[in-house]
Design a protein around this ligand. Structure first.
Ligand code: UDP
Ligand code: MN
Length: 243
């Protein structure tokens, strides 16, 4: 009898969508007691996503949470990608979950099954390294003599929690005790804003996983876009998501 894992995955329509979700789906299919919250930044559900979810046999909910127009229309600077999706997932958890652990798993990252084994027993908030991120190649809590001793990250930017979205997990009970917790629509500061909203929480209280943060169980991978060099008869392919 193991506690449930709630995996919150933001996703949006683009050519790589089905490939990314297929990889993540097949990882989750090897993980016991998972409930997958797949939340599309879209006005209506994408058939390819619906069909994939049905085929996985996983326990899941397929939800919609479009990015608010004010951010979508923004021309200058980065957008708050996946924020409305993740807040939708948090609200779902508030209404439906009682125990277990939640984790924000973007559709394009790469996850070792060991990650899910370890985060499942998070008591409050756990943290661990994320690979392939920024010029430093890794983002991680620094552990000295088994204790928290700061953060290693290529972009500290005055953040209290300079970490990646894939680098922490939260106990559902811990979240439920903090009804105001949520993620800000603030590009670059989503993780910091969310973790600060879980107050009271200090970095020294974090549960340090992955063998004292010496192992990488998750990578911040990104698919390279390639333009087809010649016109393709896309109508023939049921698995290519046209934008
Ligand atoms: N995403 C989204 N809407 C968007 C862009 C991204 O829902 O307009 C999702 C995306 O599928 C991913 C997460 O938000 O799960 C983070 O986006 P992305 O991977 O592009 O960000 P990066 O890893 O480059 O920071
Ligand atoms: Mn990504």
């Amino acid at each position: 009898h193991i506690p449930p894992l709630y995996i919150i995955t933001p996703t949006y329509r683009r050519p790589e969508q089905l490939a990314e979700l297929t990889r993540l789906a097949h990882t989750l299919m090897l993980t016991p007691n998972v409930h997958w919250l797949v939340i599309e930044d879209a006005q209506r559900k994408t058939d390819l996503v619906t069909d994939l979810l049905e085929r996985t046999g996983l326990s899941y909910d397929h939800l919609l949470a479009p990015m608010p127009e004010i951010y979508k229309k923004k021309k200058k600077g980065p957008k708050p990608r996946g924020v409305s999706n993740r807040n939708k997932g948090l609200n779902w958890i508030r209404q439906n979950a009682k125990n277990g652990v939640l984790y924000f798993a973007d559709d394009d990252n790469t996850y070792d099954l060991q990650l899910f084994k370890e985060i499942r027993y998070t008591k409050q908030v756990s943290m661990f390294p994320v690979g392939l991120i920024t010029k430093l190649g890794i983002s991680s809590p620094i552990v000295r003599n088994g204790k928290f001793d700061g953060f290693y990250d290529g972009w500290i930017a005055g953040r209290k929690f300079p970490v990646d979205m894939a680098g922490f997990a939260v106990s559902v009970k811990f979240l439920l005790d903090r009804p105001k917790a949520g993620m800000p629509f603030k590009p670059g500061f989503e993780e910091d804003g969310f973790l600060k909203s879980l107050e009271p929480l200090e970095p020294y209280e974090l549960e340090l996983l992955a063998e004292n943060c010496t192992k990488i169980w998750v990578w911040h991978t990104q698919a390279k876009r390639n333009e087809p060099s010649q016109p393709l008869d896309f109508a023939k392919y049921n698995n290519t998501n046209l934008v």
